[in-house]
Design a protein around this ligand. Sequence first.
Ligand SMILES: *Cc1c(COP(=O)(O)O)cnc(C)c1O
Length: 377
Amino acid sequence: MHIQTAAVQTLRDHEHGAVVPPVHLASTFELDAATEDAAYAYQRGSNPTRAQLEQVLATLDGAEHGFAFATGMAATAAVFSTLQVGDQVLLPASVYGGTFRFVDKVFPSRGLTGRFVDDLGALTDADFTPATKMVFVETPANPTLRITDLRRLVELAHRHGALVAVDNTFMTPVLQRPLELGADVVVQSATKYLAGHSDLLAGTVTTNDPALAEAYALAQKAQGGVLSPSDSFRLIQAIKTLPLRLDRQQANAEQIVAHLREHDDVTTVFYPGSHSEDEARIHASQATGGGAVLSFELAKGLDRVRFIQALRYPVYAVSLGGVESLICRPATMTHEAMTPQARAAAGISDELLRLSVGIENIDDLIEDLDQALAAAR
Ligand SMILES: *Cc1c(COP(=O)(O)O)cnc(C)c1O
C-alpha cells in the first residue's frame, strides 16, 4: 500500500462500516468484575480514538509502534525519558529552539548533558564516549536545510551503543522514513505538516524497538502529556490530505526556489541539497523530495522590514507546515535562544528569512514575492 492510500484507508474496517472513525470521549471504561480486565481502562493510558491515530502513525512510518502526544515537545520529552543520569546526547547546534531549551534548562537537573555539534555529518568515533547514549538529529536542519547522512550516522552511533532519534517534522513520512534507514526512533511535531492547518498542537513518536515502545507508553501514562480523543480524531482526518497538501506545497516551494535563485534582489537561497552536490546526493538517497521550507537572504541595501510589510500572503509568524504560507526571521524568532556565535557557526545570519510554503496558487505567491522585493528596494 502506498502512503497516499495508507493515509486514507488504514482505519476503514470498523464496527459500523462508518467511513470516518468514531470519537470515544470516555475518560474511563468498564472492567470485567471477575478478571478486572478490559482493552481500555482509563483514557490517559490508552483509548480507542488515540489508538486508531497511533495505528495510522505507525503505518505511515513503517513502524511497529506509534504514540500520540499533546505537543511535539511532549513527544520529544518522551524520547529523552529513556536517558539515565550521566548520559550524554549529541545534537545539532541548529536544533529546534524548544529542544534546545529542554537540553539547556531541563537536562542539568536530570543529570544529563547535551553536546551541540555544528555538523553531525562530520562526527567520528572520537566524538563518542561511553556516556554518549543518543544522537538526536534533524535532517534537513532548520533553517539552513543542511543535510545529514542518516545511514552513516546510524552506523556510527550503533557501533558505540548510542540510539539515533530523528526529528522528522520537516519531511514527514511522506518524504522520509528514518526507521527504514536504521534510526531507532522518529519524533515529529504533528502541529506542522501532519495537522497542516495551523489549528492543532500534537506530537508523535514511532519505533520498532519493543523496549523503547514500553518506555514511551510509560511516558504517556506517567508524564501524562497525551493527545485528547478529539484532537486525535482531528489529526486522523488531517493526515488523510497530508500527501496531497505536501505534494502541492513542495511543488510551489521548488518553483519559488528556482525563481529566487535567478532574482537579483536575493543572494542566498537555502533548500535541501543546495549546499553541495554531496548533500544533494545524500538527500536524494534518503528522502523523496526537498519539502516545502526554504530560506533566503535579501541582497544588500534591501529593506527587510519593508519587504515583510509589503507581502500580501505569507504571514509573518513562527511555525510551518500549514496550508497558508508563513515567513519568519529565525535569528530573532525560532533560534533566538542560541548565542550569536552559535548562530553564526550554524549559518543563521540576522538577515536570513525562512519561508514555509503553503498551497496557494504559485503565480500569486511569486507575484507577491516580486512586488514585495520591489517595494523593499
Ligand atoms: C515545532 C517543532 C517542534 C515542537 O513541536 P510543538 O508541537 O510546537 O511542541 C519540534 N521539532 C521541530 C522541528 C519543530 O518544528
